[in-house]
Design a protein around this ligand. Structure first.
Ligand code: UGA
Length: 448
């Protein structure tokens, strides 16, 4: 039985996991090589915004169940298993840059050389199929000097949504364990059984390669679902009286399809889908396969930006010199993350047309500034963002933007016009102003 665990890489995935494990009777030691980050976390501050994380971090620090370090030696001494949650960024050609995973496994393995104990290594970073059984296993054996059965190794993917990470850790749909042998499987399964207790979710036990593939296939499938509905949204825009929201509702009522991930909009962004979809395409290529389906979903995703620009032109005419207010910069609501944000992509596109951009976001302004710099005016309130503008675009559907009504737009804007790129609003409520939305067909005009 293992009750002392390490977590390496305290980002969006690792920090919530470390806090959650520490809140459930495990002694956790979190490791990050970024010293500033470690100091911040020690003070109870979270470097990333996640619902409920700050409170949980403070609690586990006070209880003494979470310790922090930047020393691999210390982590190995104070744990018997460790979850590797370091980043796997993209190489320029779209393939996965495994540098951080390799470095981490090397450091862990070198420290293991000096201790005479069984240790379970659990990889949670998203890596191409085959990596655990080949690359990781050979680094581990070479650098630690350990032979099979003197160590354990699993690939155990995460399915956390940013902003909902703690919720998803405590209530996962499933747990996938890709283990190299029986003992590794038993030990990891036991950790999860003690973590979830009575509410243990369904578990699938397999080999590491299948588990690695399950992670990629899940994200590619979800991105495909979104691109599918975005394709339908482009069709709806050409059909009088069509509405993608109703179509999605109807499709989703089929249990085999399901309603989730059928929200049409600007497309998928964030730190996972764009990276994983490209990596999957590249991986297929390396295996001698050309995934036309995956190429198409990327194309559709890109075309939603052009689609939004086209709708903006239809509303306000020539874009040059126009003032546009953008509501929402995060890649989705509930996070301050702007990586691969579609809102930022849209802004970059508008800037090419000589548009003046004012932007608002409840949480992501600081992170957006790092990308867009002084090319955009950042506003503290929605009203300030709307003032004097020719067009308001809803780019990220934060719930607080739902309050917006046509009176407010009329009061503050030069010309009240709204483009709903995330289908947050009821078009009927904006009848007195210019209004357009992704996936909304033109109103049929009948003669007398
Ligand atoms: C995604 C997956 O949902 C997680 O299961 C997975 O663990 C994670 O990637 C990962 O690989 O680590 P996340 O990137 O946090 O999670 O965000 P999602 O909520 O999946 O949204 C991704 C993008 O799709 C966002 O830009 C969102 O606006 C967009 N989206 C989502 C749509 O355009 N329509 C939808 O119906 C749903």
């Amino acid at each position: 039985m293992i009750d002392r665990v390490g977590v390496v890489g305290l980002g969006y995935v690792g920090l919530p996991l470390a806090c959650a494990l520490a809140s459930k009777l495990f002694k956790v030691i979190g490791l990050d090589t970024d010293l500033e980050k470690i100091e911040l976390i020690k003070k109870g501050e979270t470097p990333v915004y996640e619902e409920g994380l700050q409170e949980l971090l403070k609690k586990v620090l006070e209880e003494g169940s979470l310790k922090l370090t930047s020393s691999y030696r210390e982590m190995i001494e104070e744990s018997d298993a460790c979850f590797v949650c370091v980043g796997t960024p993209s190489n320029p050609d779209g393939s996965v840059d495994l540098r951080y995973v390799k470095e981490t496994v090397e450091m862990i393995s070198e420290s293991l050389r000096w201790v005479d104990k069984y240790f379970l290594l659990i990889i949670r970073s998203t890596i191409p199929p085959g990596t655990t059984s080949n690359l990781i296993k050979s680094i581990l054996e070479e650098k630690s000097g350990k032979k099979p059965r003197q160590y354990g190794l699993c690939f155990n993917p995460e399915f956390l949504r940013e902003g909902r990470a703690l919720h998803d850790i405590f209530n996962p749909d499933r747990i996938i364990i890709g283990a190299i042998d029986e003992k590794s499987k038993e030990l990891l399964l036991d950790i999860y059984k003690r973590f979830h207790g009575e509410s243990m979710p369904p578990v699938l036990i397999t080999n590491p390669t299948n588990a690695e593939l399950i992670k990629y296939a899940s994200n590619v499938f979800l991105a495909t679902k979104i691109s599918f509905i975005n394709m339908i949204s482009q069709l709806c825009q050409r059909l009088p009286n069509a509405d993608v929201k109703v179509v999605a509702e109807g499709i989703g009522m089929d249990k085999r399809i399901g309603r989730e991930f059928l929200d049409a909009g600007l497309g998928w962004g964030g730190s996972c889908f764009p990276k994983d979809v490209k990596a999957f395409l590249k991986f297929g290529e390396e295996m001698g396969l050309c995934f036309k389906l995956v190429e198409s979903i990327i194309e559709i995703n890109e075309s939603q930006i052009e689609n939004a620009v086209k709708l903006a032109k239809e509303l306000v005419g020539n874009l040059n010199g126009k003032k546009i207010s953008i509501l929402g910069l995060a890649f989705k609501p509930g996070t301050d993350d702007v990586r691969e944000s579609r809102a930022i992509r849209l802004i970059e596109e508008f800037l090419k047309y000589g548009v003046e951009i004012k932007a608002h976001d409840p949480k992501a302004l600081e992170k957006a500034k790092k990308i867009l710099g002084n090319r955009v005016n950042y506003c503290k309130t929605v009203e300030e963002c709307l003032t004097g503008s020719d067009l308001c675009i809803l780019a990220t559907e934060w719930p607080e933007y739902k309050k917006l009504n046509q009176e407010t737009l009329k009061r503050h804007m030069r010309i009240p016009a709204l483009l709903d790129c995330r289908r947050l609003y009821d078009p009927e409520e904006f009848r007195e102003i210019k209004f357009a939305a992704i996936g909304l067909g033109p109103k049929e005009v009948r003669g007398p």
